[in-house]
Design a protein around this ligand. Structure first.
Ligand code: FE
Length: 341
């Protein structure tokens, strides 16, 4: 009996002490070393421990689903507005109640009913080599113009199974409608310089080697390459390349985000709110974008100098961001039908 009592006391003290520790459980599809430094700063400042696991967005979403009501996850960070929309539709997020966040972010960077927030922005731009493609050829060039015959065999872009391209197409469907996007896409695919292959950086490299005249890829990759993080070859390749921001006279360049939400069964809701507020502080934002070369969601935090030099005052397509998820299925179907593989 005495032994039994000891066990009860031990269990009680374990449960009690685990409640006494302030913590959050973060599931993140970002996999940057620099993020860990940021969590350390948060831990030291607020006394809240950050337990995190990182994996692909899809894997994390499935994991939270299977964990059900007992899921320990407080915060989920994913890349692409389409993914945030999907998690929201599955009813896995709960409202983020924070006047600070509402104050910090414009409306287009907060999900419906405050279900998610954007943490960083990225532009899907056109990369070119000024030695082979003149700036004049690109003057007021829009994504829509890339179906023209003059771009035959000149465009490098990755396959359609990647969400970056799915979201770009989703934004075109939002803007121009399904039928006219389909007509455009058929000709656009005919203009590919090669069968889609490799990641976004591989497209920029193809342009630097003259295998294509222009590449469509996310803005931050050029910063990563220029920084030398990816090795000397990529640094040299990137040094030859310039950026054109499409659709400046109409909707603006296609923008996407990485973002976060608080999960419905979050056991540490208050700490989760504090963590998100911290990620939106100018200090944390600068830390993030100086390591990832993305754009800050705060207006007064300027991009890294390696990105700044391509220009910062371009027009952004902010209206499509919340439509990307809704149009995703139609975009994927169209890409499959027209064999953008
Ligand atoms: Fe990426």
């Amino acid at each position: 009996m005495k032994y039994f009592l000891h066990i009860i006391i031990l269990i009680f003290s374990l449960v009690y002490s685990s409640h006494a520790v302030e913590e959050i459980n973060l599931y993140t599809s970002r996999h940057y070393e620099s993020d860990k430094e940021l969590y350390k700063i948060f831990e030291q400042r607020y006394g809240i421990k950050v337990n995190y696991i990182s994996s692909k967005g899809k894997v994390l979403i499935e994991r939270i689903k299977s964990e059900g009501e007992g899921s320990p996850a407080d915060v989920l960070i994913v890349v692409d507005a389409g993914n945030l929309w999907r998690v929201e539709q599955l009813g896995m997020f709960q409202e983020i109640n924070s006047p600070l966040i509402k104050e910090a972010l414009p409306e287009y960077l907060i999900g419906e009913n405050n279900m998610w927030i954007a943490l960083t922005k990225r532009a899907r731009v056109i990369f070119y080599n000024p030695a082979t493609t003149s700036k004049k050829d690109l003057h007021s060039l829009d994504y829509e113009d890339l179906s023209e015959l003059k771009w035959k065999n000149k465009i490098a872009i990755r396959s359609s199974n990647n969400i970056y391209n799915q979201s770009l197409v989703a934004s075109l469907i939002h803007r121009n409608g399904y039928d006219s996007t389909k007509i455009w896409m058929k000709k656009f695919i005919e203009n590919f310089a090669r069968k889609p292959q490799g990641n976004d950086r591989a497209q920029i490299i193809a342009v630097s080697k003259g295998e294509a005249h222009i590449a469509i890829a996310n803005s931050y990759y050029i910063g990563l390459m220029l920084s030398g993080n990816q090795g000397v070859d990529q640094q040299k390749a990137a040094a030859k390349i310039n950026i054109h921001f499409p659709n400046q006279k109409n909707s603006g360049t296609h923008m996407n985000i990485s973002g976060a939400g608080i999960l419905r069964n979050s056991p540490n809701y208050k700490n989760a709110v504090k963590f998100l507020e911290f990620l939106l502080s100018p200090e944390a934002q600068k830390h993030i974008i100086y390591n990832t070369f993305e754009y800050s969601v705060l207006e007064n935090v300027e991009p890294h100098p390696l990105i700044r030099k391509f220009g910062i005052s371009f027009k952004e397509d902010i209206k499509s961001i919340k439509k990307l998820g809704k149009n995703n299925a139609r975009a994927v179907r169209m890409m499959d039908q027209l064999k953008w593989h």
